[in-house]
Design a protein around this ligand. Sequence first.
Ligand code: ZN
Length: 238
Amino acid sequence: MTVVKADILRAIHRIHHQLADLNSRLQRGPRQLQANDASVAKLKEAVDTAKEAVKRNRILTDQKELQLKEREGRILDVRAKLNGASSNREYQAFLEQIAADEEANSVLSDEILELFDKATELTAKVEDAQGVLQKGEKDLDALRKKIEGERASLEQDVLRLQGELAELEKQLPAELKVDYQRIVKVRGAEGLAQLDGDTCGSCFTIITTQMQSQIMLEQLVFCKSCGCILYKAESEAS
Ligand SMILES: [Zn+2]
């Protein structure tokens, strides 16, 4: 029977848990940054969309102002023709044309004024979107610095624990090492379990009385159900 100290297995198991926790925290940082990067990209899109609306409004205003000027020119032309009218009927036709153009331009002027108001509103929206974007970029920058700082410290912890783990693993019996490496490679911290009363602490299968006795005697026992290495609870340590 291979004998393996429960204290060693317990310490190894604890370090595997700590390493798993550190690694999950190390992975969380980049995921958080990725999500925030996507948010900032959306804020940039919002600024572009707001700017595009200002541009479209300006183009429309320019078109209407051009139309207004063209019609004003036409009114002046027709006015100049008034005195040279060949008949009263032609004179009346000129007057009617002038009145129609003036009426149309009055409507157009109102529309242009509305577009001016809209331009003010749309410009304010661009400024708002730019403000939100700036804040988003600042927050992202702060988050990146925080995560980089944490990563340095987490990586140091990982190195320290890996060193401690290697030292503890040296104390495992030689005949266990191959099985141990195979199990923890696949299952990590779940490759070891403390005996919990009469069940495996990992899969909760009931362990035979004979196996329980072997575990109490610090003999090497694998759970028949989940295959993990079992060790006795600390309160039952001799
Ligand atoms: Zn089990």
